[in-house]
Design a protein around this ligand. Structure first.
Ligand code: GUN
Ligand code: ZN
Length: 427
């Protein structure tokens, strides 16, 4: 069955920070969808025909659904925990909370609520860390599959420096990951990410086993954390005294490639930046988290100039909002403190096609190209009285987008479509 979704349509075919011809905007546009995929995008008049089911979202904007390339599923009840920086935040709040995900009933309940939060905020794909328990990954994949939602996720590998209740062993972590990959990787829209939490919580033996998983499953993503916090870096280097720098630990176990997503990447040395560029390893900027945990200021322009591809993500529950709009807002402010500028077109490209490219998934998500999955977000720049007041004076698309970027959150998400299906009740 075909359906037509009408509105002001916007998507990107290039990065506005690099290319002048970068987006398509249709003032009265429409998206033709069949079986969860995009068939065509054009002016409404060119696609409308009698008998075709239609949903009219005018005057709202329709974009590809947001992609969140770094988020922690078992931290839905950790978000907004007071007073700590990374290492004590993990020990005080995060590890005890993640221990609860050994219980499959808890994991299942939280998985549904987590995905509800994502779609309420306009996010249609996330790259998620689960807890150490295979049950947590099972629960998340099952909930995502039931919604036909594209998830990239993995159980964390962690065998030291944490509560026993959130530790595995090199063998157990390897076996559980292997079984989860065999069950879920490439099943429908689900993909597996091999997930060593970070070097502090993995022994060299576990890093060896992780390297084996990566060699055996080269098309899986790999996700971890790098250089978020100065105390973290000191501790990490004391645990791996032979490493030239933090990245060298991951490098020495064969983890570097364009499938590797490195959360944070704040306090990098020149050699690390050069090796990330050479190997295509991705940096993931997590602005609300970096401010909340007092971690530091990401150098977007420096990494770009060096040829490193970056994504932008929420990092809930170190991050403080599920909203990619709020993430772009805080990202704008961090770059201000760096003397850098995040233009609204660049920002919306980043949260859609940019993040899809960081994942190597732009053939299926992040744009409205024919053949892409029909994952969409519908945005209302007049969603609140304050936004409506400001929008009275917005003359251009870029100004409207900037209002959404700075003032928007889930209230500005009028609808979210996952594989062509609306996730919010229509009003
Ligand atoms: N580094 C290792 N684990 C975590 C985590 O859960 N959150 C953040 N922000 N950093 C980490
Ligand atoms: Zn994280």
């Amino acid at each position: 069955m075909q359906q037509l979704i009408r509105g002001r349509v916007l998507d990107f075919h290039a990065d506005p920070a690099e290319t002048e011809d970068n987006h398509r905007y249709l003032e009265d546009g429409a998206i033709l969808i069949e079986d969860g995929r995009i068939v065509a995008v054009d002016d409404y008049a060119a696609l409308a025909r009698p008998g075709l089911a239609e949903t009219d979202h005018r005057p709202n904007l329709i974009l590809p659904g947001f992609i969140d390339p770094h988020i922690h599923f078992p931290q839905v009840q950790v978000i907004a925990s007071w007073g700590a920086q990374l290492l004590d935040w993990l020990n005080t709040y995060t590890f005890p909370e993640e221990a609860r995900f050994a219980d499959p009933d808890h994991a299942t309940r939280m998985a549904g609520l987590f995905l509800d939060q994502l779609t309420a905020h306009g996010t249609t794909t996330a790259v998620a860390f689960c807890s150490v328990h295979a049950t947590s990954a099972e629960a998340l994949f099952a909930a995502a599959e039931a919604r036909d939602m594209a998830m990239v996720a993995g159980k964390v590998l962690m065998d030291r420096n944490a509560l026993p209740a959130v530790q595995d062993t090199p063998q157990q972590g390897y076996d559980d990951s292997k079984r989860l990959i065999e069950t879920w990787h490439g099943r429908g829209r689900q993909r597996y990410a091999i997930t060593p939490r970070f070097a502090i919580t993995s022994t060299p033996e576990q890093m060896e086993a992780t390297g084996a998983l990566v060699r055996e499953h080269p098309d899986c993503h790999v996700q971890t954390h790098l250089s978020e916090n100065l105390a973290e870096i000191d501790y990490t280097l004391s645990l791996y005294p032979k490493a030239r720098d933090y990245l060298d630990i991951y490098e020495s176990y064969g983890l570097l490639s364009d499938r590797l997503l490195l959360g944070h990447c704040i306090h990098l040395r020149d050699r690390e930046i050069a090796r990330m560029a050479e190997t295509g390893s991705r940096a993931v900027f997590c602005p609300t988290s970096n401010l909340f945990l007092g971690s530091g200021l990401f150098d977007e322009a420096g990494l770009r100039a060096a040829g490193v591809v970056s994504g932008i993500a929420t990092d809930v529950g170190g991050g403080t909002s599920y909203s990619m709009l709020q993430t772009l807002n805080e990202g704008y402010k961090i770059l201000q403190l760096r003397g850098q500028k995040l233009h609204p077109l660049t920002a919306f490209h980043w949260a859609t096609r940019g993040n899809a490219r960081a994942l190597g998934m732009e053939d299926r998500i992040g744009t409205l190209a024919p053949g892409s999955d029909a994952d969409l977000v519908v945005l209302d720049a007049r969603a609140t009285p304050a936004m409506a007041l400001r929008a009275e004076r917005a003359a251009t698309l870029a100004e409207e987008l900037f209002i959404l970027q700075i003032m928007g959150d889930d209230r500005a998400v009028a609808q979210t479509y996952v594989a062509g299906k609306p996730m919010k009740p229509a009003h």
